[in-house]
Design a protein around this ligand. Structure first.
Ligand code: C2E
Ligand code: MG
Ligand code: MG
Ligand code: MG
Length: 288
């Protein structure tokens, strides 16, 4: 019986794997044509200055609408794009569109609004990234200091040396650099002293548990303190509740991003908002 069950399980397992592989190949196939079929769009999620409640930036989040399948989450296709190198043309499209939209946001808002764009490791290792960024800025007319590139810390584990020059040159353009999902990577912290970084984003797994889990709270507080010590901004990701927002204010976290403030939304929607109107009564928050 055990043997029979074993074989049966084995079969189920391989069928499951085959299905997954199939789905993956289908996605990769569809991804290859997504750009030319104009199936991508960008959503933007507000980043709020915790001290004033005002929108001072937006993060660009890629959306893929595949007819017949619906909207596919970037968590399902970014890896495939990365492994197949499709991330290079897709990433360049994102960068160019985000810069163009950034100019429109700037015109609408009147106050500086930084546009953050996620970069994948392969984009960072591509030889002409600095040229691609410079051209996106030039062609759109966006001021370099209004563009921020988000990178994750794992890249520093294997490619710190190669990255040094690239990030330096990006910084020389006047473009900002943020470390995304901070605290979830595997690289040594020493990179943070050697690289030109403007901002650290605390991963949402810490932020969402900091009020109930003392360990998550300790990490959150430590990252905020470290950011202040380094003289860089610190953004809490995934802020969903008023309580989290108030706690972050008390800890002197400078910026927040999350469903409490705004969902990721199309540019048209954002252009309707008035960023100078704080949705939050921040007066009661003591920021000592
Ligand atoms: P990320 O860069 O860390 O982006 C933040 C993710 O958290 C987004 O998921 C956003 O919708 C989600 N989020 C924001 N606020 C909240 C909240 O309050 N609660 C919860 N539960 N989630 C929140 P999304 O849009 O699904 O993107 C997932 C990831 O895909 C991104 O994580 C980023 O790593 C990647 N990604 C998205 N767009 C691009 C892109 O254009 N290029 C590259 N290379 N990666 C991208
Ligand atoms: Mg990000
Ligand atoms: Mg993140
Ligand atoms: Mg992430």
């Amino acid at each position: 019986a055990a043997k029979g069950r074993g074989r049966c399980n084995y079969q189920v397992f391989t069928e499951f794997m085959a299905e997954q592989l199939n789905e993956r190949l289908e996605l990769e196939h569809a991804l290859q044509r997504a750009l030319e079929l104009e199936q991508f769009s960008l959503h933007y999620q507000s980043q709020v200055d915790i001290r004033t409640g005002q929108t001072v930036g937006v993060e660009t989040l890629l959306r893929w609408h595949l007819p017949g399948t619906g909207n596919i989450s970037p968590t399902r296709f970014i890896d495939i794009a990365e492994e197949s190198e499709l991330i290079l043309p897709i990433g360049e499209w994102v960068l160019r569109k985000a810069c163009e939209d950034g100019v429109l946001l700037q015109q609408r808002y009147g106050t500086p609004c930084v546009v953050a764009v996620n970069l994948s490791p392969r984009q960072l290792m591509q030889g002409n990234l600095v040229t691609v960024v410079a051209e996106a800025l030039n062609d759109s007319g966006l001021s370099p200091e209004l563009l921020e590139l988000e990178i994750t810390e794992n890249i520093f584990m294997h490619h710190a040396e190669e990255l040094q020059l690239t990030l330096q040159r990006i910084r020389e353009l006047g473009v900002r650099i943020a470390i995304d999902d901070f605290g979830t990577g595997y690289s040594s912290l020493s990179y943070i002293t050697r690289f030109p970084i403007d901002r650290i984003k605390i991963d949402l797994s810490f932020v969402q548990n900091m009020l109930t889990d003392p360990n998550c709270r300790a990490v959150t507080n430590a990252v905020i303190a470290m950011a202040h010590g380094l003289g860089v901004d610190v953004v809490a990701e995934g802020v969903e509740t008023r309580e989290q927002f108030e706690y972050l204010g008390q800890q002197n976290c400078t910026h927040g991003q999350g469903f409490l403030f705004a969902r990721p939304q199309p540019l048209e929607q954002l252009l309707l908002d008035d960023p100078t109107l704080s949705q939050f009564d921040t007066v009661q928050i003591s920021t000592h």
